[in-house]
Design a protein around this ligand. Sequence first.
Ligand code: HEC
Length: 163
Amino acid sequence: MKKGLLVFAIVLTVTLVLSGMLFAQAKKGPATDGKAVWDFVQKGKYQSWKMWPGTEAQYAGPEPHGAFLTTYVNQVAFDSIKAKKGKFADGAMIVQENFGKDKKLKFVDVMYKVKGYNPGGGDWFWAQYKPSGKVDQEGKIDECIKCHEAQKTNDYVYTSKMK
Ligand code: HEC
């Protein structure tokens, strides 16, 4: 009888801990890892997300990102842009498809906001992928940060004013 109770308590605890972890993960999004982020946006069918407010599919974009761009945002990012409070909330994700002059996909670039990840750089995780999903570069990528830093007062983004 006592043993049964103990087993029950253990099973209950494990279940609660596991579901707590799952919930935290679902809420927070993937780890700051190029492959994990790619799997997350594929599973989440990012092409069905909203586009950055005011943009459309394959709009003409300036270098270096490509002649044409499609910029998707997850719900957290969308709400942050709309809120006009100057910053993206934790978990915001931006997925930008970069097309060449021939409108063929060249790269997929991602910015992913993770609280505490890089306080000196707006807490953005950066990644660049080949169309196949192969990680080209990931993490605190100097090249990306150096250029996007010019937009530091706009939370490192260019496409529209965050305030
Ligand atoms: C030389 C400057 C420069 C570099 C380097 C650069 N970007 Fe950008 N990025 C821009 C500009 C300008 C825009 C806005 C126009 C556009 O969307 O291309 C932009 C837009 C973006 C966007 C859409 C959100 C926004 O800022 O409006 C993402 C996502 C992005 N870049 C990711 C990256 C990643 C990842 C890297 C590094 C692999 C990178 N960028 C390197 C200049 C740069």
